[in-house]
Structures are given as C-alpha cells and as structure tokens.
Design a protein around this ligand. Sequence first.
Ligand code: F0G
Length: 447
Amino acid sequence: MNTPFEPYRIKMVEPIRTTTRHERQQALQQVHYNLFRLPAELVMIDLLTDSGTGAMSAEQWAALMRGDESYAGSASWQRLEATARHITGMPYILPAHQGRAAEKVLCQALLQPGQVVLSNTLFDTTRAHIEASGASGVDLPCLEAADPALEAPFKGNMDLSALEEQLRTLGDRVGLVIVTVTNNSGGGQPVSLDNLRAVAEIARQYRVPFFIDACRFAENAYFIQRRAPGQSGRSVADIAREMFDLADGFTFSAKKDGLVNIGGLLGLRDPELMERACAALILNEGFTSYGGLAGRDLEAMSVGLREVLDPDYLRYRIESTGFLAERLHAAGVPVLRPSGGHAVYIDARAFLPHLPPGHFPGQSLAAELYLEGGVRSCEIGTVMFGEHARWDLVRLALPRRVYTVSHLLYVAETVAEVYARRSSLRGYRITEAPQMLRHFSAHFEPI
Ligand code: F0G
C-alpha cells in the first residue's frame, strides 16, 4: 500500500476558509511579503512549523479535566514526572513552558563565560541561550549533511573526528556536547544510535557533559528502528530509552514530540546540577511542580508522551512526510534527500537558479506558494541567517495529526504549479528590518 493511512478519525473539525488568489495577493502586499505577519485565517494550509501546531487526541482533551492546579505537589505534575522518568530513565525531571525555557535554565545552571558548546547542529534558540551565558556554540555536522541530494540514512550525525579534534584543542573550555535529534536545522535528518554511542563515549573520555536536544526523539528513534541494521525487532520506546541512557541530560520542547500545544522539559542525572537548575527554574519559569504551565497542560503532555511512541502513529507520521517528499521529487522539484521526519525541505537555490542568494530565492518561493495555493511555509536561508546561510531552503513542516492525505496532495499540486512557471519568479529586496531575528518582521518588496 502506498497511501499513508491516518490512524485516527476526525471527531471535531476546524473550518479552513477558502481564499481567492486576489485576496492572497492583497494580503501579501499588506504584510510586505512577510509570511510571519499574515493573519492565520488567510492561510489555507499552514506548514510554517510543526511546533505547538498539532492536534490533541480525545484522551488528551479528557485528561485536561483531571488537571490538578495546586501550586505545589500537584498530582498532574507527579503523573508527568513519572511518565517522563519511565520513558527517559532520567532521575531528575523539571517542567518548563517550552523548549527554549528548558535551554535557558540549563545554560544558566551549567555554562560559564568563555566556554564552548559542541553540537551536530544547534537550533537557533539554543545557540542564543548559549551566547547569552557568555559561551559560544560550534556546529560539527557529519560530512554527508553538506550534500542536499545525497541519499544517506543518518545525515543528522555529528562529525566524530571533528568532535575529538575540538575537544583535544579546546580542552577544559568545552562546557557541553549536545546532539539535536532529529537535526532540525540540518533538514530534519536522524542521528544514528552508533553515532550517539560514539559521541557519548568521546564526551565521557574528556569529562564533558553530553546532552540531547530531544524535541523529536520519537521520530529519531523510529528512523533508527527502520534504517539501522539489527534494530527492526526492537520497540521505538526501547530505542528511545537507549538514546536517553547514553546522555547526562536532555532538553525537550513538548510542542513537537510531546504532542501538545505548549510545554517543555529538562532532564538531568547530576544532583548538583539539579540544585542549580531548580534555582534558575524558580526564578524564570515558576516552581518546580509546574514550570510556567497549568496543571492541565502537564496532564496533556503526560498523555502525549505515551501516544507519540505508538507504532501506528509514528508510521503514519514518517510515511506522510515521505509521501509529500516523493510527490515533489517525482514532479522534478529539488527536495532535500532523503525526506526528514517533520518536514520536507525544498532547495530554493536549485528551484530558482536564476536568483542569486542576495535576491532571497527562499523568500520568493515561499511568497509564491502562498499566492498560488494559500500554503504557508518557512524560509530557512539568507533571510534567516544573512550571508552566512549555507543554503536557501523552504521548509514545509507538517503539524502532527492535523492534515490529511488530500491536503498533502493539494500542497504537492501547489508546488508543482509554481515549479512549472519557476523562471517567471522574481527576487526580493528588504526595505525594512530590525537588527536581530529579522525574518520575523522584515518588510520585503519584489525586485
Ligand atoms: N530545539 C529544536 C531542535 C527546535 O526545533 C526548537 C523549536 C527548539 C529547540 C525550541 O523549542 O520552540 O519550544 O522553544 N523549533 C520550532 C521550529 C520553533 O519551527 O522548528 P521551543
């Protein structure tokens, strides 16, 4: 069977308004071609992010009613803590309102000014918190990651010889090694168990704490089950547990593989670090039994963490991303290979070879996909990273359990329509932009 089977039926629907091309043209002009500024009701298919945009299950909605809103000792927190301990094996678990809050607490509790953090690829909020602590981050992706067309099973891996080399040269200055699973900024590509084992071993030799940015831990574990020799007989939960067993701790945005709209976690093994993290958490997020969340949010996360390891859910999840990628590939559209877990990434430089990076090919393509079909995507390239951008990608991130196969077919058709007239697409220039994080609010105009 080639049709992805959604392992759910729809119990409640949220209408999508059909917009006209003329409306979309006007909306684009009004928001100065910046898709972050679009009112969501004018978006027909929203693939801006997979973060916090998923649908909760009937069980999760039911669990909300059990939410214990006690400030301290909440039963909801105790249930979530037990679930997170069971899945990860980490003795110390702290709640946070989202992933970046857990990152902030970790960086404040662990890092010193002048230290260096080594990673396969840091997500931008992680890097920002590292820098806010006076430390700096270095990305060491594996060599295969550099070629968008190369088919390799674990392009999210860390470059092991570069890691050793950095540890040898920097010595005590390295404060943390953190591996992002799956590697979001590197195309949603998974990290292999062998790579995680080797990174853990090297970090241990140099006595540097090894953490996992576990946002998409279940998707990563599923890829290991499907792609790594000898792993197909193991459950995803078992593989995920081995991933966590290798680490000294983890940060987690539950807005991804927690299957909730808001929430995060920090997991730790070291009691002294836990003490410092508790102090930072109470200052920034709230008491250790709620971390900036309501009791009902903790309940929903506890259920979501169990649902995300369901084999039917994960098969559907990864198959539907692959389905969209294959449709685009078959239509000749240059997409990052192989397809990642949570998103399909279009190579905008290859899609629009007549536009130099300075004319923002990713921005041009993203604006056109909106105009053509009301599809909102996200530029990850020269707009986001300036002239340091390694590539210009347009990310089509799939919210969890939200869209159906016919929605995906509609997206594929939209992209194919734009591809057919790609040579007519124009570049953009920025007319107004803030100093930092310009992609959220910059104004553009077509050249
Ligand atoms: N780490 C990774 C790998 C992420 O992808 C994200 C968020 C975070 C940390 C931060 O988590 O948003 O809960 O604070 N990624 C979203 C995205 C925003 O669109 O990829 P958060």
